[in-house]
Design a protein around this ligand. Structure first.
Ligand code: FAD
Ligand code: NAG
Ligand code: NAG
Ligand code: NAG
Ligand code: NAG
Ligand code: NAG
Ligand code: NAG
Length: 511
């Protein structure tokens, strides 16, 4: 009976608007099973998502990878974090174009099958882009990179990884603002607000294009605004249109330091952050590491023009590096190297916090990180990173451009410290210790920052853990506006309820 119903539904999709089809879908299909996120039981009743998968496989042959197929395991392993790979979706759906995506969304609603959407699969926590027995929509076939308007706009399929985008654009000696690690996906990074090498020049990385609506600043200003940082709450984006700009070579690489150099490294981090507006081509990421029960520090340096050692990094000369890979190279090459340092398949957690940039607070961050990690001892495969970046005044200023964004920090006229604890380990038994260490770390620094008057409520979605309330950090006014936009474009709250895995507008996260 279901199969026949789906075929009717399929026919109706082409004739009636979404709402009519969905309502009919309920009538045709609903008995017996109520929700897509139930556990599987040892009986013969198909879950809504299993029916959904069967229907999609019939309607759109070649788009569904079922549990029994060999490719299933490969798709399951194609995530940055082990926690995501440990989930078993009812099937993977690999749409070839926006129209196939739209059919799946309509059917998901009609069957009440919960789904997850995967671009590069680099969100760290379970369920962000893979589903618990739901439908996992894998965008990897939406991988075109084409140029329009005489090469000034790149139309980028939402399932691309940044490395592939850069390789393609470099053929024309152009680029777009994108990720610094080649394996990260275009979709998640962009919807989360997108920090990149070029942040200082262009601001955030979005001109968005909906699967059905051609979304741009003129056509749908509210949705366009919301998608710049509002995450997976409004639409499923199949293509991003980004302004490209000329680009041939850049300078960058990684310097490593023994831990006795860390104070000089932090001096240089704060010095760079305070002076960054002097040189918007330059960017740096400072990391304190804990591996094999030992600490060291690393600085990633970037200059989007091919000039080595710009003077903005001069303070770093006072720290003695024991290794240095900085060189003039292609952007794709540098992002590829970063990818090799961050392989898939390990347990991962990312956390975040934001503060007014301050040398004293940076020192407190270091102290707390050393203490919290020392207490962990030598856990199997532990690599703990305390990653420090800066929202420079230039980046903040650019956020105001092109209609602004939802993040709620663009009015700050001082640089912000962006803290990102990032831990990787092997054993599930260590999960709770590691989560607690991260929670303590962030809570302790928050408390100190409040005392010093440096606390900022903003949480960068792309680095936030599932235990952090990102949307409230945008401020009440922005959150109200985001909710209003969601209500306009998704009055039934489909993306709020049927796509439960990432930061929702009620502050909730997860399946
Ligand atoms: C090694 C590493 C390096 C990183 N480097 C950077 C960096 O340089 N700059 C930076 O800003 N961030 C960086 N991040 C953070 C990164 O931006 C986020 O993890 C981001 O969510 C990853 O995007 P993705 O597409 O790979 O992830 P996914 O897990 O595929 O997606 C993340 C979320 O976005 C949703 N989503 C993805 N695509 C779409 C779409 N087309 N339509 C609707 N929803 C969608 C997914 O459903 C999911 O909820 C890095 C992360 C890692 C692990
Ligand atoms: C989803 O299905 C419900 C129940 O059938 C229906 O009321 C609603 O209009 C549908 N939503 C969308 C966005 O199609
Ligand atoms: C989507 O892709 C499928 C498979 O290639 C194709 O049959 C279909 O016509 C495409 N739809 C649109 C609207 O392009
Ligand atoms: C593209 O280039 C052509 C010729 O070089 C020019 O005539 C045209 O105006 C340009 N179009 C845009 C959109 O810039
Ligand atoms: C890109 O730049 C390189 C190096 O400067 C040059 O050799 C090449 O011809 C350029 N390619 C295009 C398509 O402009
Ligand atoms: C130092 O930097 C290099 C990059 O060249 C990296 O591969 C290496 O693992 C780093 N770490 C240590 C502890 O040396
Ligand atoms: C990156 O650049 C280095 C140095 O120029 C080169 O040896 C290496 O092969 C390049 N790697 C890739 C993947 O392009």
């Amino acid at each position: 009976m279901e199969f026949f119903s789906f075929l009717i539904l399929y026919a109706l999709i082409w004739v009636y608007p979404v709402r009519v089809v969905a309502a009919l879908g309920q009538v045709l299909l609903c008995q017996g099973v109520s929700s897509g996120h139930e556990e599987l039981h040892d009986n013969d009743i198909e879950t809504p998502c299993q029916r959904m998968c069967r229907a999609l496989a019939t309607i759109l042959p070649g788009t569904v990878i079922d549990v029994n197929e060999e490719a299933y395991a490969e798709k399951q392993m194609d995530y940055f974090s082990r926690q995501q790979s440990d989930l078993y979706p009812a099937c993977f759906f690999l749409p070839r174009n926006a129209s196939e995506v739209s059919q799946a969304i309509i059917l998901a609603n009609a069957t009440a099958c919960a789904f997850a959407v995967k671009s590069g699969g680099h969100a760290t926590f379970e369920g962000a882009s893979n589903s618990r027995q739901g439908l996992t929509i894998n965008l990897e076939r939406l991988n075109q990179v084409t140029l329009a308007e005489n090469g000034t706009v790149a139309k980028i399929g939402a399932g691309n990884r940044w490395h592939d985008v850069f390789v393609e654009l470099e053929k024309n000696n152009i680029t777009v603002p994108g990720g610094r690690t080649g394996s990260v996906g275009v979709g998640g990074l962009t919807l989360g607000g997108g920090l990149s090498f070029f942040s200082g020049h262009i601001g955030l990385a979005v001109l968005a294009d909906g699967s059905i609506l051609d979304v741009n600043r003129e056509s749908h200003p509210d949705l366009y605004w919301a998608l710049r940082g509002g995450g997976a709450n409004f639409a499923l984006i199949t293509r991003f249109d980004m302004h490209s700009f000329p680009h041939e070579m850049m300078w960058g690489g990684i310097r490593n330091y023994t831990i006795d150099q860390v104070d000089a490294v932090l001096d240089a981090y704060v010095d760079f952050g305070l002076r960054a507006a002097e040189d918007p081509s330059a960017y740096q990421i400072t990391t304190i590491y804990y591996t094999n029960a030992k600490h060291h520090a690393t600085v990633d340096l970037y200059n989007t023009v091919p000039e080595p050692n710009p003077s903005i990094f001069s303070a770093l000369e006072r720290a003695r590096a024991y290794s240095d890979t900085t060189a003039v190279n292609r952007q794709s090459n540098i992002t590829w190297t970063n990818y090799r340092g961050q392989p898939d398949g390990h347990r991962q957690t990312y956390w975040t916090a934001t503060y007014r940039l301050d040398r004293g607070l940076a020192d407190f961050v270091k102290q707390v990180f050393l203490e919290e990690t020392d207490q962990l001892g030598d856990l199997e495969g532990l690599e703990a990173r305390c990653i420090l970046q800066v929202f420079t005044t230039d980046i903040l200023r650019h956020m105001k451009k092109n209609g602004g964004n939802a993040l709620g920090i663009s009015d700050r006229d001082y640089p912000l410290m962006l803290l990102n604890p990032a831990f990787r380990w092997e054993d599930q038994m260590d999960d709770s210790r590691i989560m607690l260490a991260n929670m303590n770390f962030v809570n302790r620094v928050d408390a100190q920052a409040r005392k010093m008057g440096l606390y900022e409520p903003f949480l960068y979605m792309n680095y936030a853990s599932q235990f952090q309330d990102v949307v409230h950090g945008y401020g009440e006014a922005n959150l109200e506006r985001l909710r209003a936009v969601a209500l306009d474009y998704d009055p039934d709250g489909l993306f709020q309820t049927l796509q439960p895995g990432y930061f929702k507008l009620n502050g909730r996260v997860g399946w």
